[in-house]
Design a protein around this ligand. Structure first.
Ligand code: URA
Ligand code: CA
Length: 433
């Protein structure tokens, strides 16, 4: 086989076989196929698309390019949840103990945050002592014992995707549905998931700004998962504004604790119950979503979900006393209210701009090497649809530096206030299976 012939085939819209796709991905991973040929191939895919079979083959070829996590020693169906990324998305912190508390194993591999989106590991490290540096044996034992554990990403997972994603980034080929879908699904499958719940975000703060694009991506990922024998469903949810009120590591841990107590923001609670019910059904813990939801609601009202969170934190070295006394979490030196410059209805809170503002305070990493400040972040006080009086706080900055001018400029740019009444955005648009 010659790479040039395969580029030509794809360029002309001819379907590639599984062997041809394997040849490309293996050759590229081993650096036998040069970057310039792979760039041409990515651009051909961008224009010519891929069939369902090609997408499944590409995903598996990337899974096979590196290490695979073996979770077979964990009892039960391992259901993973993946979100396409958002700002202040506290769902994993809530979902992991919530779903585990009704008996579904949650074996979560997580990463650190980069840019304006946060990472679950950083958030959990706001709890003193908590560590994700556990061995694979400890990880498996903890999930079998407590139904939940979180481990840091290790090993050489999907190196082909890592290389290709980097290449796409500089060749204007990131925004291709077959390439995005196979990239995300290869990582989920390589990390050992039997079943997958996808939270595909849409709106101003999301990767897929339009509902139609989000649907197309969701459908592509669901098809890949199902074609490869992983029961997969997707929920399309709103990211036109940040989720919940808190953005920032310790602030989000506090928000998660409140939510597990049943006292959290209504959008975060609803999304967690929705995604959680899907996970419980895929995990075989309930026959219907209604039944699953009842179990989860009971776990919150009885305190069982909160108890599971404590067990989980303490099993990984965390100081559980923060759950009963959230004032023990890291707190920032300054709390600065940002006031509305005019009265009216909040009509827009551009999530990624607020995310960047939180990053500037130190809640996120501008580069991989940046050191984050776990205490800082942003607490929204008004969300889309709320009425605000001039001078009333729109949000509160939690900062360790007194000068917050740069951050202020961005938050003012992200909020729009309208004279007309505005309704709150739809939280959950669709379910795709
Ligand atoms: N996220 C991924 O992991 N891969 C993509 O291609 C796009 C977003
Ligand atoms: Ca939040």
């Amino acid at each position: 086989m010659r790479m040039v012939d395969l580029i030509e085939k794809k360029r002309d819209g001819v379907e590639l076989s599984k062997d041809e796709i394997n040849f490309i991905i293996e050759g590229y991973t081993k650096e036998e196929i040069p970057e310039y040929q792979m760039s041409a191939f990515a651009m051909a895919v961008f224009f010519q698309n891929m069939s369902d079979d090609e997408r499944a083959a590409l995903t598996m070829a990337m899974v096979e390019s590196g290490d695979k996590i073996d979770l077979t020693a964990i009892e039960g169906v391992k259901v993973d949840k993946h979100s396409t990324g958002g700002v202040g998305d506290t769902t994993t912190l809530v979902l992991a103990p919530l779903v585990a508390s009704v008996g579904i194993p949650v074996a979560k591999m997580s990463g650190r945050g980069l840019g304006h989106t946060g990472g679950t590991i950083d958030k959990l490290e706001a709890v003193t002592g908590f560590s994700v540096e556990i061995t694979s044996e400890q990880f498996v034992d903890l999930v079998n014992k407590n139904k939940v554990a979180v481990v840091g990403q290790s090993g050489n997972l999907t190196p082909a995707d890592k290389k290709l994603y980097g290449l796409r980034d500089v060749t204007a080929t990131v925004n291709s549905i077959p390439l995005i879908a196979s990239s995300i699904m290869s990582k989920k499958i390589a990390s050992g998931a039997d079943a997958i719940v996808l939270d595909v975000k849409t709106g101003a703060g999301a990767f897929m700004k339009e509902l139609r694009q989000a649907e197309e991506l969701a459908k592509a990922m669901v098809d890949i998962g199902n074609n490869l024998g992983r029961n997969t469903i997707a929920v399309i949810s709103d990211m036109s504004q940040p989720l919940g009120f808190a953005i920032g590591n310790a602030l989000e841990v506090k928000e998660a604790i409140n939510t597990l107590k049943g006292e959290g923001p209504s959008d975060l609670m609803e999304l967690c119950l929705n995604l959680g019910s899907q996970m419980v059904v895929l995990g075989g813990g309930a026959k219907t979503l209604t039944e699953a939801r009842e179990q989860l609601e009971e776990a919150i009202s009885s305190g069982k979900a909160l108890e599971t969170f404590k067990t989980f934190l303490s099993a990984q070295g965390g100081d559980v006393s923060v759950v009963d006394d959230v004032s023990k979490l890291p707190t920032a030196k300054y709390k600065i209210d940002v006031q509305a410059k005019q009265s009216g209805y909040v009509s827009e809170i551009i999530a990624d701009k607020v995310g960047v503002a939180a990053m500037i305070l130190g809640a996120g990493r501008a580069t991989k090497e940046s050191v984050i400040d776990l205490a800082v972040g942003i607490e929204l006080r008004k969300k889309i649809g709320d009425y605000v009086n001039q001078g009333e706080p729109l949000l509160t900055l939690h900062s360790n530096q007194e000068n917050v001018d740069e951050c202020l400029k961005r938050v003012y740019e992200s909020y729009k206030i309208s004279d007309e009444e505005v309704s709150a955005p739809t939280l959950i648009y669709k379910e795709i299976r």
